[in-house]
Design a protein around this ligand. Sequence first.
Ligand SMILES: *Cc1c(COP(=O)(O)O)cnc(C)c1O
Length: 220
Amino acid sequence: MSLTEIQSATNAAAVTAGRNPADITLLAVSKLQPMDRLRAVLDAGHRVFGENYVQESAAKWPDLRASYENCHVHMIGPLQTNKVKLALDLFDAIHSVDRQSLAEKLARAVQDRGNCPQLFVQVNTGYEVQKAGILPDALDTFLAVCAAMDLPISGLMCIPPDGENAAPHFAGLAEMAARNGLRCLSMGMSSDFATAIAHGATHIRVGSAIFGARTNPKIS
Ligand SMILES: *Cc1c(COP(=O)(O)O)cnc(C)c1O
């Protein structure tokens, strides 16, 4: 597939779901992709990207932002607390607020800066031991803790378990967001973004279907 095909598929899925395509943001996930592929997508006019690694992003995005106006770069991978300051310099949104120590660090840092990126709490909808994220049972309490620290959360994010039907995970995340009055839902990747849109996704994260296979799939 390609960028235009994914854009058409996104719009079609929105229309099928009775939704406005303008309410869905397509993040082109550019982690571990060769620069020529990334530049091709920028040259085609796309401006919203997802990245997983602070170091990799620091090496490429400051230069790209200087060459292409209005880029929006979203952090979608795990964030170490010692990289919070750097992450706030690099990213317009963080989709992986997944533990209290990170929320605390973010709360202090955004107070110092006086501005805050758009934040999503990552939910471990599959209760997977190896996966990051707040467990569904603990979410409402975690959101209350964020609110008490004046840390503004705009939505929820999930990565459903590999090889499982994603639909119940998307439906569950939508229900958790609605219950907590959160507007944004970051869900859906290359293989299941249409399903995610049917369940209310506002941000879909599509990598390989736009760019092709990653150059180093091992660390993806
Ligand atoms: C890599 C990644 C994606 C993109 O995955 P594809 O299958 O290439 O579309 C989406 N979300 C997260 C959290 C990722 O780490």
